[in-house]
Design a binder for this molecule. Structure first.
Ligand code: 6PG
Length: 255
């Protein structure tokens, strides 16, 4: 049944929708709902955006009625789960994609838009500065990590999410919220949030669509609950909720 909640063998809650457009609509409804709760309880709503191609449809929806009108954008804190080692105008920039599809179309308070400084010559220092901004702007959990209301994340065919790529050092980072992460397979570096801060989120949406994700979804979903072969398997919020939203193509190999 479209949208009905299920749980994978590996303990991941998920919903399957007929098309990527229905995934985007379900994600937009969830975003508005979480924003209403956060703004009612704490006066502000924080969201961490993802890069890649999947979130684009969600961003466009959020910039369009009725979703755009469902929250007070002046009280939204925008963060990024990761970004590439480029400036805000570079075609690879996650900020640029978000700005084109959402940020420039809604009445945000510019003081509340927090871009990762991918252009920095010293990415480790840029990561530290970003973590310090998160510490200033967000409440902390019991372990001292900043708590994001909603983290929007995707899944790469290799099982990466944010810029937590297989066999990279960021996977082992349990102290810092944000790090510079070398990704040898891509011959590049990334800035990325780490497991402790992603898993501190009040809500996490994993948005996965398309046939090319079917194999990795099956591997992650059919694994034993404690198996962490793929980075996205380690996205397990401590106190928050997790929903994987798949289209039928991405879910096509699931029983
Ligand atoms: C990035 C993203 C990355 C993305 C996956 C899926 O910077 O590329 O943060 O983690 O979510 O690679 O990308 P697609 O949505 O394009 O499949």
């Amino acid at each position: 049944m479209t949208g009905a909640g299920r749980v994978s063998r590996s303990g991941l809650p998920y919903q399957v929708f007929d098309t990527p457009a229905k995934v985007a609509r379900a994600a937009a409804r969830h975003w508005v709902e979480r924003a209403r709760i956060a703004q009612a309880r704490r006066g502000v709503f924080s969201v961490a955006l993802s890069g890649g191609s999947t979130p684009g449809a969600l961003h466009v929806l959020m910039a369009t009625p009725p979703y755009r009108d469902g929250l007070d954008w002046s009280r939204v804190e925008i963060f990024f789960g990761d970004d590439r080692p480029v400036g805000p105008d570079h075609t690879d920039s996650n900020f640029r994609m978000a700005n084109q599809t959402l940020l420039s179309h809604v009445p945000l308070d510019s003081e509340r838009v927090h871009r990762m400084e991918g252009e920095s010559e010293d990415l480790a220092a840029a990561a530290e500065r970003y973590a310090a901004v998160m510490d200033r702007r967000l409440e902390k959990n019991a372990r001292g990590f900043p708590v994001i209301d909603l983290s929007i994340q995707g899944l790469g065919p290799d099982g990466h999410t944010a810029s937590l790529f297989p066999k990279t050092t960021a996977l082992e980072e349990m102290t810092k919220s944000v790090v510079a992460n070398e990704v040898p397979r891509l011959k590049t570096w990334r800035l990325t949030m780490t497991y402790p801060v992603l898993n501190a989120a009040r809500s996490i949406l994993m948005l996965v669509t398309g046939e090319r994700k079917a194999k990795i979804v099956k591997k992650i979903f059919d694994a034993d609950p404690e198996e962490r072969n793929y980075p996205a398997s380690g996205i397990r919020p401590e106190d928050g909720e997790l929903i994987w939203m798949l289209d039928t193509e991405a879910a096509s190999l699931l029983k």
